[in-house]
Design a protein around this ligand. Structure first.
Ligand SMILES: O=C1C=c2cc(C(=O)O)[nH]c2=CC1=O
Ligand SMILES: [Cu+2]
Length: 512
């Protein structure tokens, strides 16, 4: 969550987190944020102080309120295409030493990667699981306990790139500690059950993708996606070629042929954290558990979403609706998140789309505080993000549809997403990805089946058209007949003309 240079007791006390871009070359502390090379400067950070919804009734007791001001009041403000905690990197979509070269990462269906591409992705994940994050460290205590008793040390830890991805998710969903002996408050979630669900998870993935690009020294590296909307009760990516088959020995574990069976998970001891007011740290524990479609106690989550569900949710026209929470109806966000049925109607027992995919995994990937430990999380969320991007494009969405205030804490438009650094607010992720964020999805979207009203409407219209055609044909026929009649030779012409000679002859005869 914070750059390694910023967690010294001095930096933390100063409230400034503006690291030098060339720490070894320029020990001068005033040269922060690459200021000497025109990349940025240190500036007071902006926070959202607008009112949030009633779900979180406390004030001043959670380190995540007004993020990140409990820890810092200044951060690097980078110029142009420069970006990052020290302005040493480029904005998404840009690369090169001067950040003036365009780059696009194409996120593809994992089932469509070549065997080589697939192996490369899995190896890269395994490398990220073992490589210490080059820039960020994590707090292993709440701010109240972050300094050692003598004040000479702080409680931050190194963490690997992948575990940082797991930890940031945990930190965003953990309960609020209210004090020893008191039950922690669970009505708080900075990344789910509100409009920020889509923007938060978008940034979460982008951060991992960029960390992996840096690790691999490949700015085109892209996370793939899993189209989980395939219906049925089979997990098609749960094989040893992809994310790991089921173990033959324990149906809730992964096969030893998969490297993921060796992964150890983080943030297992939630009861301890919530009881003692500690927080998840970088210590790894047990293995990933996964038992797709195996939740016999909850038959509703024994199947995956249907392709139609995606087509339907893309038609929900409003981004989010009051109270901007998990009970919002007719909200695209609540529909794709999975608290509404796929047409957008709220029903407390429904679990669809993203939520259903999580719960289907039935194990590590189905518990909010643990879910990113199962790498399927990445693929499940890139697909959810692809649906979000498609919705933004189809509805030509403008930021005005994103609530400025009264969303649950963390979810207002200008709130800085917890616990990312440097500060990044929800609105910065409410943009189409290829044009603004340097990545694009290659997806074939299902077209929607017709519903009963549409079938009836089409049938009625077709019947009316048929009747009209028959009527038109009949009247044409009648018309033609009439016209033909008119064109018949005149009466006199049907018979020999009664000429003057005839008249004279008849006159002569009658005279006789
Ligand atoms: O990891 C997650 C687990 C979830 C469970 C639900 C649910 O609807 O009960 N939703 C979830 C989201 C997650 O991210
Ligand atoms: Cu999540």
């Amino acid at each position: 969550q914070f750059p390694r240079q910023c967690v010294t007791p001095e930096a933390l006390r100063s409230g400034r987190c503006c690291p030098s871009l060339f720490p070894s070359l320029t020990p001068d502390p005033t040269d922060s944020c690459g200021a000497s090379v025109g990349r940025g400067r240190c500036a007071p950070l902006q926070v959202d102080a607008r009112p949030h919804g009633p779900q979180y009734p406390h004030d001043g007791i959670d380190d995540r309120e007004l993020w990140p001001t409990r820890f810092f009041n200044s951060s690097c403000l980078c110029v142009g295409n420069f970006s990052g905690h020290d302005c040493g990197s480029c904005k998404p979509g840009w690369t090169g030493p001067s950040c003036n070269l365009r780059v696009l990462a194409v996120r593809r269906n994992i089932l469509e990667l070549s065997a080589q591409e697939r192996r490369r992705f899995i190896n890269a994940l395994d490398m990220a699981k073992r490589t210490t994050h080059p820039h960020y460290v994590i707090a292993s205590r709440r701010y109240a306990e972050i300094f050692s008793p003598d004040g000479n040390n702080t409680q931050f830890e190194n963490i690997t790139i992948y575990n940082y991805f797991v930890w940031t998710h945990y930190y965003s969903v953990m309960k609020t500690f209210l004090g020893p002996g008191q039950e922690s408050f669970g009505g708080v979630d900075f990344s789910h059950e509100g409009p920020a669900f889509l923007t938060w998870h978008r940034y979460h993935l982008l951060q991992l993708e960029r960390d992996m690009q840096e690790m691999l020294r490949d700015p085109t590296f892209a996370l793939p996606y899993w189209n989980f909307a395939i219906g049925g009760n089979e997990c098609d990516i749960c094989t040893d070629d992809f994310m790991g088959a089921r173990s033959n020995f324990d149906s809730t574990l992964l096969s030893s042929n998969s490297v993921f069976s060796q992964w150890q998970i983080l943030c297992e001891s939630v009861e301890d954290y919530d009881t003692f007011g500690t927080i998840c740290n970088s210590t790894e524990g047990g293995p990933i558990r996964r038992n797709p479609a195996g939740n016999v106690a909850r038959p509703m989550v024994q199947r995956l979403p249907e392709p139609q569900d995606v087509a339907l949710c893309l038609e929900v026209g409003l981004f989010d609706t009051p109270p901007f929470y998990s009970n919002s109806s007719e909200s695209f966000r609540n529909t794709v998140e999975g608290y509404n049925d796929p047409t957008g109607k709220y029903d407390p027992i429904v679990r669809s789309l993203h939520n259903l995919a999580h719960l289907f995994l039935n194990g590590t990937g189905g518990q909010t505080h643990l879910s990113p430990n199962d790498p399927i999380f990445i693929l499940l969320h890139t697909f959810t993000d692809a649906v979000f991007d498609e919705w933004l494009r189809r509805h030509n969405a403008d930021i005005s549809v994103y609530p400025l205030e009264n969303a649950p804490i963390g979810h207002n438009r200008r709130y800085n997403m917890v616990p990312f650094w440097p500060p990044v607010s929800n609105d910065e992720m409410f943009v189409t990805a290829p044009e603004n964020l340097g990545y694009a999805y290659e997806v074939q979207w299902p077209s929607r089946d017709l519903n009963i009203t549409e079938i009836i409407t089409i049938a009625v219209v077709a019947a009316l058209v048929l009747v009209a055609v028959i009527f038109a044909a009949a009247s044409c026929a009648v018309h033609r007949r009439r016209k033909d009649d008119l064109h018949q030779p005149l009466l006199g012409e049907q018979y020999p003309r009664y000429s003057e000679e005839d008249y004279e002859r008849d006159a002569r005869q009658s005279a006789v």
